[in-house]
Design a protein around this ligand. Structure first.
Ligand code: PAF
Length: 285
């Protein structure tokens, strides 16, 4: 089936009505475009697990607390569509800002303490914007399954919470971080790194991997210091935060015994580019 690119909610609903009547399973991958192998892995999984796959490409203004970041966010719809067609997406939904927000969205989502720590603390309003757009998209697409990357670990936890609290009939599927061969976590923001910045950025994933080994014989506090020191000593990087948290509650842990799901979440400025990454120290399987 030839992939269709759709700009309006009305047209998307008409297309999806047909599929729903035929009893098709609908998978959904929300994105902000500038697609890379990380997104491709989400789309591949969605294609493998559903009959129809919708991918949205929309740079959502309400989740940017920094207007400069919004302006600089890469927009590459043509290349995105080529990748999506190759991966077997059925429908691409690429609406305008006016289509999604004919009026300002005044809804407020509060999922404290999940949304008040880490990114919630440093990017006030960010998760409110994410919940505004994701809830709208879920209401339009009404997917059976929706796919999100674990790189945005806190976002995934908050979306799961939103879906549970609002009883939304969608299954959220978290998918592993995709990394370059040298360890750098894939991100649309990597496109903004100079060659020199990119070399500097490698210290982020390297530090996280080293800290995993270190954590086997050291306490939470020692592991925290290990990461902070390594990033402070690395060239061209500035640490915003590194937190060792329980992967379900996102609250800081003080000992490894406290949880069976321990995750380290990091945000680092590399030049002007803000990069996030995370690593699991303990995972409940
Ligand atoms: O993770 C992203 O790319 C965005 O936050 C999302 C989920 C597409 C909402 O705009």
């Amino acid at each position: 089936m030839k992939m269709k690119v759709i700009q309006t909610i009305k047209e998307l609903r008409t297309e999806l009505k047909q599929f729903r009547e035929e009893g098709k399973l609908i998978g959904f991958v929300p994105t902000m475009g500038a697609l890379h192998e990380g997104h491709a892995s989400l789309v591949r999984r969605a294609v493998a697990e559903n009959d129809v796959v919708v991918v949205s490409v929309f740079v959502n203004p309400t989740q940017f607390n920094d207007s400069n970041d919004l302006v600089k966010y890469p927009r590459t719809l043509e290349a995105d569509c080529r990748l999506l067609e190759k991966e077997g997406a059925t429908l691409v939904f690429a609406p305008s800002v006016e289509e999604m927000y004919p009026e300002p969205d005044t809804r407020r989502f509060h999922y404290a303490p999940l949304d008040t720590v880490m990114e919630g603390k440093y990017r006030p309003g960010h998760f409110n914007g994410v919940c505004q757009i994701v809830s709208k998209l879920f209401l339009i697409v009404e997917p059976h399954y929706a796919y999100f990357g674990e790189k945005d670990f806190q976002q995934l936890a908050i979306i799961r919470e939103m879906v549970a609290r609002l009883d939304m009939p969608v299954q959220i599927v978290g998918c592993p971080i995709v990394r370059e061969e040298d360890g750098l976590a894939l991100s649309s923001r990597n496109a903004r790194l100079s060659a020199e910045d990119r070399t500097h950025a490698l210290a982020i994933s390297r530090t996280l991997f080293d800290s995993l080994t270190y954590s086997k014989t050291h306490t939470v506090a020692e592991t925290q210091t290990f990461v902070e020191k390594a990033i402070a000593e690395a060239e061209g990087l500035e640490l915003e935060y590194f937190e060792l948290v329980d992967g379900n509650t996102l609250q800081k842990i003080s000992s490894w015994d406290e949880t069976d799901y321990a995750v380290g979440c990091i945000t680092v400025y590399c030049g002007e580019v803000r990069l996030i990454d995370n690593i699991k120290y303990k995972e409940c399987l």
